[in-house]
Design a protein around this ligand. Structure first.
Ligand SMILES: [Zn+2]
Length: 246
């Protein structure tokens, strides 16, 4: 299994980061993508992935930090930096005005295009705008991270060639729409993500999430798709290797 989305530099891992990483790799995870979406942690993320053969990194600016944009092009020549993100639009928290969010999103898509990197998209209650913007960049590939929208939008993003990221909420009893989404998205277009330390699977709600819990997401998808967990793990790992070149 590959955890294609976590935030291991979060302060909640400060006391046991090494153990969390060891646990992930001893429990069936083969590769991890660390998402570094705040300028203050870029350098530390680079250090983290340069010191772990199987940890890779995405660099970008989160839409909630769009006012802190600085150009990060210089990082993208490093072979351990495999994507731009997470970037996108967040009209749910709406901490930054829409115009700034859109401008900073566009700038990051241009960087991704220039360096031929996939993008990791954060999109909350902004599907219409995110879709329009991505539709204007037809040669960009990527994933809609922690998909939380409707079946209709899943189909639209699939038509653009995007992967759909499935996270812990798929295990939540009230996540009926998300399970409908999982039914219609081919496993060949899915990526597994924990978004650690956020969004723990059902049994760990209220606690810190960590990459080793990715198996609970794979198990739930296997149940919905009526397929063996080993197949879900293998296919989604192949997807991650293809998209990120890892
Ligand atoms: Zn994230």
């Amino acid at each position: 299994m590959i955890d294609t989305h976590c935030h291991l530099l979060d302060g909640s891992f400060d006391n046991d980061r090494k153990k969390v990483i060891e646990r992930a790799f001893s429990e069936g995870i083969t590769k991890i993508i660390e998402i570094s979406c705040e300028p203050v942690i870029w350098q530390r993320s680079l250090f983290l992935c340069e010191n772990h053969k199987n940890i890779f990194c995405a660099i970008g600016i989160h839409p909630n930090d769009a006012d802190k944009f600085v150009d990060f092009s210089n990082f993208l020549t490093n072979e351990k930096i495999v994507a731009v993100g997470e970037c996108g639009l967040d009209y749910y928290r709406n901490r930054i005005d829409k115009e700034t969010q859109i401008a900073v999103f566009e700038k990051q898509l241009e960087i991704a295009e220039k360096f031929k990197k996939p993008v990791i998209i954060h999109c909350r209650q902004a599907e219409e705008d995110a879709y329009k913007i991505l539709d204007g960049h037809k040669n960009i590939k990527g994933v809609i991270h922690c998909f939380s929208s409707t079946v209709e939008f899943a189909e639209k993003f699939l038509q653009l060639g995007f992967y759909i990221g499935i996270d812990g909420p798929v295990t939540y009893p009230n996540a009926k729409v998300l399970r409908e989404v999982v039914k219609i998205v081919p496993v060949e277009k899915m990526l597994l993500e924990t978004d650690s330390p956020y969004l723990p699977p059902q049994d760990f709600r209220g606690k810190r999430n960590e990459p080793s819990y990715i198996k609970f997401i794979a198990e739930k998808i296997a149940e919905i798709k009526n397929m063996p967990v080993s197949e879900i793990s293998r296919i989604t790992a192949d997807n991650a290797k293809n998209l990120f070149g890892i």
